[in-house]
Write a protein that binds this ligand. Structure first.
Ligand code: NA7
Length: 542
């Protein structure tokens, strides 16, 4: 282990997932010094931790990769239409090797606090190994779904079998052969894991609180022609993807679901269902803004579920009701609904029979105890803010970030928060983030920051800070845009609804990746309005 230089660095980066890795690469390109702190033993972030069976990206492989290097994107070959976790992790490791990133990354090191020293205009960052490093800039590349959450269920400590969280899966893997297994939760992670665990386990009991809409992935080995189409003009395809609403290139239907005949509507849904993946939500332009339009898509998927699940009572429990399709993150699966036709799988409706306790031998509901050898918690994350607020981050006047965000996150562009100079978030709350192809959004933020650092250096400026007014305006805009959609109608982790006591605020920006990118670029081009840039101690409003 090499220690960070005693004189400090230009930037500390927290996290070595796709965001931290690319940030390090860009800083090196600018000739700036940086150190990355990472909790894991290697790079990869999300794809390092989420090793549960069936873990897979629901953005297509050809689009879920870095675009900054033409050589890299030409050389790398994906084996499937949608990549599984081990392959994405290998890709991250390949990038780290190729760019020689690891020499500036301190692994197995968690950042515990970051404090801004107003006299020196520097951040002091402390780790759980007792290291302290000072830095001009602090870049939080901590991920949006990285703070795993176990529900507060009585008796958990007394369970005598094995317990797992999908977001902290053991590296050596888990063999469920011959075991009775419980899965708690039916979000994206569970929906991917359940079919795989069901094939291994003696018996699987799924505890479902809220059913989810899921679209078949139709995953398959990579089609050489399709790969060739992408690679023949990767730059142009990427450029188009960057301007899409979600940062993903796929066919958007510009029509309203209500302006076409029922037969046309059905045909559109059938075609997208057959093609597979999240592009189903682009079947019509108004699925996310008009409840009647949305109902047509939701009805279609509910009918599909009824067709796939043989026991009509089980199908009804699995068919989501009471919230619009797409307002909880849409899931993508391989054989999820079909899995409930297996003789060794039981579904427990937690709405009807709430989990009262974990006992020594299993899970107890009102209807009795289900004895199991292992419990898999697929219970999600303290999304978007959790990884930030669990670090003791203090800005001007000792103000704590967790304290400032008590009533919900407040940012300008999801990049900075007022009162915290030179502290940046990659894909922070208030940016498209989890509503987008994460790698596209990561590259956009990192590139914007790299340009910003170059701008500061060229002008001899030391600090950049979001103004309170710009932040208030942006937060207002983020809410206003969200309120024009159906998203606030669901109890989703986008709304913080999965964490008891977390304020109900729609956290990501839903104005679209393309529009957001243009807005960020325009602000940089205009000399950073809404930010205060300063040389030394003297602040000048931009
Ligand atoms: P999610 O989507 O937050 O799913 C968590 C699931 O766990 C969800 O079905 C929850 O039901 C359920 N849950 C949480 N707490 C409980 C308790 N106490 N009892 C029963 N059920 C519970 O997390 P994932 O890991 O699946 O996915 C997160 C994202 O990662 C995903 O969107 C991808 O982007 C990757 P609820 O819906 O809250 O009623």
């Amino acid at each position: 282990r090499t220690m960070p230089p005693p004189g400090g660095v230009d930037a500390v980066i927290v996290g070595a997932g796709f965001a931290g890795m690319y940030m390090l690469h860009r800083l090196r390109g600018l000739g700036l010094s940086a150190v990355v702190f990472e909790q894991g033993t290697d790079v990869g972030g999300t794809w390092y931790w989420n090793r549960y069976p069936g873990a897979r990206c629901d953005v297509e492989s050809m689009q879920y990769s870095y675009s900054f290097s033409p050589e890299l994107q030409q050389d790398w070959q994906w084996s499937e239409r949608f990549s599984a976790q081990p392959e994405i992790l290998r890709y991250a490791q390949h990038v780290a090797d190729r760019l020689d990133l690891r020499r500036d990354i301190r692994f197995e090191t968690r950042v515990t606090s970051a404090r801004f020293d107003e006299a020196a205009n520097r951040w002091t960052v402390t780790t759980d190994r007792g290291e302290t490093v000072t830095a001009r800039h602090c870049v939080m590349a901590t991920g949006c779904l990285s703070s795993a959450r176990l529900p507060d269920i009585a008796g958990l400590e007394g369970f005598q079998g094995a317990t797992y969280h999908t977001g902290h899966w053991p590296h050596e893997g888990v063999d469920f052969a011959g075991k009775r297994v419980a899965v708690i939760g039916t979000g994206s992670s569970a929906i991917q894991a359940i079919p795989v665990i069901a094939r291994q386990a003696a018996h699987l009991t799924v505890f479902q609180r809220t059913p989810n809409f899921s679209i078949p992935s139709r995953n398959a080995p990579m089609d050489a022609e399709y790969e060739g189409w992408w690679k023949s003009d990767y730059e142009a395809h990427r450029a188009k993807a960057r301007m899409m609403r979600t940062g993903i290139l796929y066919g958007l239907n510009e029509k309203s679901a209500l302006e076409v005949t029922p037969a046309e509507r059905q045909a559109e849904y059938e075609a997208r269902w057959a093609r597979g993946g999240t592009a189903f939500m682009a079947s019509f332009a108004d699925l996310i803004t008009n409840r009647d339009a949305n109902d047509t898509a939701a009805d279609f998927v509910r009918d599909k579920i009824r067709g796939l699940v043989k026991d009509p009572a089980v199908a009804e429990i699995l068919a989501p009701k009471g919230y619009p399709i797409g307002t909880k993150r849409i899931c993508v699966d391989t054989d999820y609904f079909e899995t409930f036709n297996r003789a060794n799988v039981t579904l427990v409706d937690v709405r009807d029979a709430p989990i009262e306790a974990i006992t020594a031998r299993g899970v107890r509901t009102r209807h009795g105890e289900v004895e199991v050898d292992a419990i898999v918690f697929a219970t999600g994350f303290d999304a978007m803010t959790g990884a930030l607020t669990r670090i003791d981050i203090r800005g001007r006047g000792g103000l704590g970030l967790a304290e400032k965000w008590e009533d919900g996150p407040r940012t300008y562009l999801g990049l900075m928060t007022a009162g915290f100079p030179n502290l940046f978030m990659i894909t922070g709350p208030g940016s498209p983030s989890v509503l987008s192809n994460m790698i596209v959004s990561i590259e956009q933020h990192v590139d914007w920051l790299a340009d910003c650092f170059a701008h500061l250096r060229a002008r001899g400026l030391e600090t950049i800070e979001a103004t309170r007014e710009a932040e208030d305006q942006w937060v207002g805009h983020v809410n206003e845009v969200a309120d024009r959609t159906l998203y606030p109608a669901a109890n989703s982790w986008y709304m913080g609804a999965n964490i008891p006591g977390k304020p109900r605020v729609f956290m990501p920006y839903i104005g679209g990746v393309g529009a957001y990118r243009e807005k960020c670029a325009e602000i940089a081009a205009q000399g950073y309005p809404g930010f205060r840039l300063a040389a030394g101690a003297q602040a000048t409003a931009a």
